[in-house]
Design a protein around this ligand. Sequence first.
Ligand SMILES: Cc1cc2nc3c(=O)[nH]c(=O)nc-3n(C[C@H](O)[C@H](O)[C@H](O)COP(=O)(O)OP(=O)(O)OC[C@H]3O[C@@H](n4cnc5c(N)ncnc54)[C@H](O)[C@@H]3O)c2cc1C
Ligand code: SF4
Length: 485
Amino acid sequence: MGKITGFLEYERLAEASEAPEARKKHYREFVLHLSDEQAKQQGARCMDCGTPFCISGCPVNNIIPDWNDLVYRQEWRAAIDTLHSTNNFPEFTGRVCPAPCEEACVLRINADPVGIKSIEHAIIDRAWEAGWVAPQPAPRKTGKKVAVVGSGPAGLAAAQQLARAGHAVTVFEKNDRVGGLLRYGIPDFKMEKWLIDRRVDQMKAEGVEFRTNHVVATAAVGAGNAQARPVDPKRLIADYDAVVLAGGAELPRDLPVPGRDLDGVHFAMDFLPLQNRRVAGDQNVKDLWASGKHVVVIGGGDTGSDCVGTSNRHGAKSISQFELLAMPPDTERNPVWPYWPTRLRTSSSHEEGAKRDWSIATKRFVGEGGKVKALKAVRLDWSSGKPVEVPGSEFDMPADLVLLAMGFVSPVQSVLEAFGVEKDARNNARAGTEGKGSYKTSAPKVFAAGDMRRGQSLVVWAIREGRQCARAVDEFLMGSSELPR
Ligand SMILES: Cc1cc2nc3c(=O)[nH]c(=O)nc-3n(C[C@H](O)[C@H](O)[C@H](O)COP(=O)(O)OP(=O)(O)OC[C@H]3O[C@@H](n4cnc5c(N)ncnc54)[C@H](O)[C@@H]3O)c2cc1C
Ligand code: SF4
């Protein structure tokens, strides 16, 4: 432990960020990582608890007290080695993770938690700047071949671990670029995309082969790519010793109310990837903009918040975000510590401006000449635990663009069916996570990880699953594995 009295002496410090009015004018990241001195003080706040709840709160079980202490002592090289021992991509989580570790931090009981995410961000950015993140090619090859389907954080983590164990790994990605939702989902202002390219270069130097524009089986929805070359699942099974399915959960939840088919009512994922493409410099991107429009975002989660931030940058006339559920409590402390609490969360995109409202059910969309012009909604009363429409509370809301951001129901089924993979009750790939045969599906030599196995989740969970799945595949191929779990 760095400083015994650190948590008494120093306040939690938020990372510096550009003011909302200024950052709304561009798509770049606007959060700066802590300076060395700031990170030192934040690391000093850690109490090195006998039972470090932060570690169990973190899905990749980052060894947080150790790197807090190393940063306090300014031993940055050892800090990145410790961080990398549990997390392949801290530059992703250091930017977009909701930080369940901070909800679990012991300081959270009666004070502000250690700024774990900001320390992680500082460690990894500094490590790249110092040139400490180098390729780690396997010392010897096994002669085994593994195909990974999907290049989101789960597929990338699995591929990197498997390559480091000496296997020949090929990643098949239906999109034109690698990264999954990190690339075509999460906006650039939350995470710039050169960060993915830099990791991909590292992985290529470690021997991973990427085949973009290759769709395994057929994928009817999601950020589809008509140009993608089809890959027959039977060929993968024949040509590879193991296959990892990491195709995400791309089937969006729909809102089948009258007027759904009007022009101007879109899934969030018809909208967000277009902006990622424009920022990447792509030409001929579909002409779907929020500029000058009354935008209504339906769904109160991360995806909805990203639609708000993007619409603000487009210059929308107004932005409203509706949530079906009741407004969660705005508690300062975590009432269910060390677990993840349901409470009001205000994202950086909300800070940039949006009218948020809760307990709202959309009844229909109203159009003119085939284009959406308004939506009709009603207020709900959740006091009985069930949604009850409040009599006389119906209202109209002008809307030229409606973005449906109500989550994702499951993976695209055709992919699972093409491999003959059994599904669980929520139509995800069925595979356990404990003991022998973990991450293994019902189909011979086929494994599954990330959102495709657990359903819609988080980047940090995808990394955990990719890492654990890699170990399971390594055990399957070699009889034992030295990869960490
Ligand atoms: C808009 C949005 C914002 C989000 N923001 C956050 C956030 O801030 N923080 C956070 O932690 N989480 C966030 N999430 C959730 C997070 O992005 C996902 O949980 C995570 O990316 C899942 O990783 P994955 O690798 O399992 O799948 P994905 O990232 O979905 O990647 C799957 C990849 O597989 C490819 N693929 C699918 N089928 C095939 C096929 N048949 N052949 C070839 N390739 C295929 C897809 O094209 C895709 O590239 C967000 C999600 C969305 C939609
Ligand atoms: S729970 Fe908080 S204070 Fe305790 S070791 Fe973890 S980060 Fe440090």
